[in-house]
Design a protein around this ligand. Sequence first.
Ligand SMILES: [Zn+2]
Length: 377
Amino acid sequence: MAKLDPPKAVPAVEQEPTEVAGFPLAISGPARVHPKKRELLAALSVVLPDVVKAFPTSAQRELHFITIKLTERTSGGPFFHPTEKAIEIADIEGTLASLREGRPGLFAPLFAAGWLMTKHPDRFHDVERLFEEAKTKKLATATYGRSALEYYAVFSATWFGRSNVHADRSTLRAEDPDGAAFVARSWPRDELPKRPTADQAETRTVQGFSLLVEKTALGHAETDKALAAIDGRLAAIDGVLPAHAMKELRARAVIVLRWTDDPDANMQLYSHEGMIDILDARAYLSSLVSNPWALLHECAHHYMGSVPDLGAKAESAFLAARAAHLYGGTYAATNATEYFAELSEAYFARNEHFPHTRSELADYDPSGYRLMVDAWR
Ligand SMILES: [Zn+2]
């Protein structure tokens, strides 16, 4: 078969670009002939990658599904369109002017809104509920938005240091703890740290558990306090969990205590690769007041992984609870794994969210209660 001829030179018809900095681009109406169109596209090709860099690495690829639309039909904006999953720039001149002023919060909230509506559209009613609560409690809603979506968007952008609001993570946590917790959970974490090697950590034993203290954490008074707290909390857990479960946990889970430059960003405990990972000693200490049973929650994750069929049972109880809208925007509504761990806190101790206790759980979510009885006996 004859080879195809190489293509002839493309005729000199100007094609509209279909992407800008890796984002799908749609230019329509008067925007096509706007004299500043090229200038705006050049500015966007610098600004957009920079804005996206502020978000967690694993979310960045997803953000590139959002379309950038140039229309030129109004002043103000840019806007995010939830149904189209597009950021519309309807005022080319005005957007250029804002970009020249170097306003960091021009695009970041729009990407955050895009993330919510693309990745978690089912969670929008939780955002609405949090927004209504924040308004009722007269929290900082004047600063963080006039609508539920704007509230989430500005809150997220502020969380990642890219909004025009003068606030940081600690401010958000202090002003609106539930909103901050929701926003923190809605974004994926960047890769969790690996288990420290023998020369990176000191090995200890606490309440029969192996515990690795990162060497960078040693020598701080807060580390010693955190170690004492871990000892106390494990003793308390030993007092409530069945002995067979404790034996399993001591064999399966290694506790890791670390020290980071940004305790605010490392408030949560994570269970992964056989570790109960306490990402920051200071953050752990300050979380104890509001969340004293966080270690029990993590123990529940490891225990769940040790019992055959428990995952499937938890999944069906979780789906029933979700169908009945029992857990609203609380952590238990995240997935079957978190549902199991949260219910375990209530069943053995006290959960910070309702149902707080075993008897409240039995009344409110009987199938969750039966899951607990069955799982832990
Ligand atoms: Zn968890």
